[in-house]
Write a protein that binds this ligand. Structure first.
Ligand SMILES: Cc1cc2nc3c(=O)[nH]c(=O)nc-3n(C[C@H](O)[C@H](O)[C@H](O)COP(=O)(O)OP(=O)(O)OC[C@H]3O[C@@H](n4cnc5c(N)ncnc54)[C@H](O)[C@@H]3O)c2cc1C
Length: 459
């Protein structure tokens, strides 16, 4: 029995690892010509400096909690150098330059108390199995009414900076968080999949209703014309890729699957790296928070020649500015020169007119890249478990994995690793002992019976 795994990101690699360990013939098809790792991707910056920055994932989350993040043993095994981030080591600067840091610290403490209250409220609501509400509603119920740039900077840096969406669009009752040489010949790089024929009967007709045993193998076609067949296929493509038309599924996926794919959010999170010929900023904190006049426009700056990256970036003057959501989309659409000019202007607002011109800028475009179409998944407000079941459920010989298929840790590398491991294990069971049952729901019924309004019935 053979299995094709589509994509060599964290989830695809871990699914393949389980299959290979069980003695199953597995092939991974990956579009990139020279790299595995998907949304974990390093690039040299500044150019020709011998230093590397991570365009995608760079944090191992929740190391202080009592659950082990599966990334940690890997990092330890391979001796990867990593440093803790101190998110409180920050300076606040307003659009007109410096700011009284004690006022900033007081406001930050007030917001910490609000998030504490919101979290208690969320615990109570989850215990009562209450229908979720937006985090914005939760903040207001806890007494948070942001009134000026400093409040918005605190809110953005505490929330949007992690989740890439605003509290208005985000659920208050988020599922669990962590406390807060793959060998070779079965990995095929430079293989951009264009079509997946996943249900074909022996006579060539659609076999949606046939038992798996009476179907032909799955057929995967790549852009270079090569064709691969196997008994099973596991898609590890991102939710963003599934939401677009870069890959064709033949026959078309069933309506319940399509609906679930389009019902979840693919967030936009963009890390802009910018380097300067000299250091002009006077703050020595790890972060600088900017009191932007337009919410989220250049609110968070991470300083690479401050601790803990100081040694690695010695002699370089690099800042990392993160943007999310609509600002990230806007930045992707415009030229890097325009973005550079906008960032330099904000730095001049903070540090005066002597800010030099930037020597280099690096703007990743995760949202328009056809291999990703976004950064990571979030659950929209009002989402229900049945829709998630439909997102994950395999159909005949076609299986789905990826960070978006992790119920507890979607959006993260550890979510991708745990999801890939589970999918790999389940396909092994399917081949060796009979397929595990995955629930799915052809129609998700309205539980409250209130949405079918006729004319004049709204009152
Ligand atoms: C900017 C950014 C910051 C992040 N920060 C963090 C963080 O700090 N910590 C954390 O835990 N997580 C973070 N994440 C999320 C994390 O990177 C992802 O959740 C995780 O890497 C997803 O892994 P995956 O295997 O599900 O998908 P992917 O990594 O997307 O893997 C899918 C693979 O499929 C390939 N592919 C796509 N289309 C095709 C095709 N047509 N043919 C062949 N191959 C194809 C892709 O090239 C890719 O290799 C971040 C993500 C981004 C973008």
């Amino acid at each position: 029995t053979s299995v094709i795994v589509l994509g060599a990101g964290a989830s695809g690699i871990f699914a393949a690892k389980q299959l290979k360990a069980a003695g199953i013939d597995v092939t991974i098809l990956e579009a990139r010509p020279d790299a595995i790792g998907g949304r974990m991707h390093k690039v040299e910056f500044p150019p020709k400096s011998g230093r590397f920055v991570e365009l995608g994932a760079n944090w191992i989350e929740g190391l202080g909690s009592n659950i082990t993040n599966p990334v940690l043993p890997l990092v330890q095994k391979w001796g990867v150098n990593f440093k803790p981030t101190d998110f409180t080591n920050t300076t606040y600067r307003s659009a007109s330059g410096s700011f009284d840091q004690s006022v900033f610290q007081d406001r930050l403490a007030a917001f910490s108390a609000i998030t504490e209250m919101t979290s208690e409220l969320s615990d109570k609501r989850m215990a009562a199995d209450a229908l979720d509400i937006s985090l914005r509603a939760g903040y207001r119920m806890a007494g948070w009414y942001p009134k000026d740039e400093i409040d918005y900077a605190i809110e953005w840096n505490t929330f949007d900076y992690e989740q890439a969406e605003t509290p208005d669009d985000f659920i208050m009752d988020k599922p669990a968080e962590f406390g807060c040489g793959y060998g070779s010949n079965c990995l095929k790089l430079n293989k951009t999949v264009s079509e997946i024929r996943w249900a074909v009967g022996n006579d060539g007709v659609s076999a949606l209703d046939l038992p798996v045993s009476r179907q032909s193998p799955v057929k995967v076609t790549c852009k270079d014309g090569s064709v691969y067949t196997a008994d099973y296929v596991i898609s590890s493509f991102s939710l963003g890729v599934l939401q677009n038309v870069d890959v064709k599924f033949a026959p078309t996926l069933p309506d319940w699957k399509i609906q679930s794919i389009h019902s979840f959010h693919m967030a936009a999170y963009t890390k802009i790296f910018i380097s300067f010929p000299s250091k002009f900023w006077t703050d020595n904190t790890e972060f600088i928070w900017y009191g932007a006049t337009r919410r989220g426009e250049f609110t968070n700056w991470q300083v690479f020649d401050a601790a803990p990256y100081k040694e690695y970036f010695k002699g370089e003057h690099v800042l990392l500015c993160t943007v999310t959501d609509q600002v990230a989309f806007r930045i992707e659409r415009q030229s890097d020169e325009q973005t550079k000019a906008e960032l330099v202007q904000v730095l001049k607002n903070m540090y005066g007119p002597k800010v030099p011109n930037a020597s280099a800028i690096l703007v990743p475009r995760w949202n328009s890249d056809p291999l990703f179409r976004g950064s990571f998944t979030n659950w929209p407000i009002g989402m229900i478990k049945e829709e998630f079941d439909n997102l994950v459920a395999p159909i005949n010989r076609l299986w789905f994995t990826g960070e978006h298929t992790s119920l507890e840790y979607f959006g993260y590398v550890h979510g991708a690793i745990l999801a890939g491991t589970k999918t790999g294990d389940d396909v092994v069971k399917c081949i060796k002992n009979g397929c595990p049952k995955y629930p799915y729901h052809p129609v998700i019924h309205n539980a409250h019976g209130t949405t079918k309004f006729g004319k004049g019935e709204r009152q």
